[in-house]
Design a protein around this ligand. Structure first.
Ligand code: AMP
Length: 181
């Protein structure tokens, strides 16, 4: 089997193990549950390898994972790329000195933080999350990286909800997604 056929197979398999949960966490939201994907070795490993593939040899030294499901993907992607992993967390969770970015939610706002020494000036960074929805979260993380002088190589997500136009909040950025809805 050639690589293209193999990767088409992997994508098909991955699609079957993403579970739609209607009305979670609130009415009207269809939650993309990736726990069946994580529980299936071939899908988990295929997703990690497919996400990492494009960035091999680009000199990425840090992979940022966004709380909480972004952590699960960012760890193995960092190992694939020979990079370190950095957790980006909700306010108040990180123990050392932090920098913060606040962004708008549908109702109200939220704050994400990372350690102030997590990314060095000029470091090449890949930002990873499970789902790109409205793009507000990813845009806030881009701002955090750039506050520290890091260079955002790309935002990579497993799932992109295209109808929410998240890319519009990331103008001029490379955004890659494995599965689009
Ligand atoms: P956004 O800032 O709107 O792009 O939202 C992205 C964040 O919210 C990610 O960290 C996702 O894990 C989560 N998220 C948003 N919508 C969904 C969804 N339909 N299913 C699962 N996670 C979602």
């Amino acid at each position: 089997m050639n690589n293209n056929a193999k990767s088409a197979d992997t994508m098909e398999r991955i699609k079957t193990v993403i579970r739609d949960v209607p009305d979670f966490p609130k009415k009207g939201i269809i939650f993309k549950d990736i726990t069946p994907l994580l529980a299936d070795n071939a899908s988990f490993s295929g997703a990690v390898k497919s996400l990492a593939e494009k960035y091999r040899g680009l000199g990425i030294t840090k992979v940022l994972g966004i709380e909480a499901r972004g952590f699960i993907l960012a760890g193995p992607i960092a190992l694939e790329l020979g990079a370190g992993m950095v957790p980006v967390r909700k306010k108040g969770k990180l123990p050392y000195k932090t920098i913060s970015a606040t962004y708008a939610l549908e109702y109200g706002e939220d704050t994400l933080q990372m350690h102030e020494d997590a990314v060095k000036k000029g470091e090449k960074v890949l930002i990873v999350d499970d789902v790109l929805a409205t793009g507000g979260t990813a845009a806030a993380v881009v701002a955090l990286v750039e506050k520290l002088g890091g260079k955002v190589e790309a935002v990579a997500v497993l799932i992109e909800l295209e109808f929410l136009h998240g890319r519009a909040k990331l103008p001029g950025r490379t955004v890659d997604s494995l599965i689009k809805y």
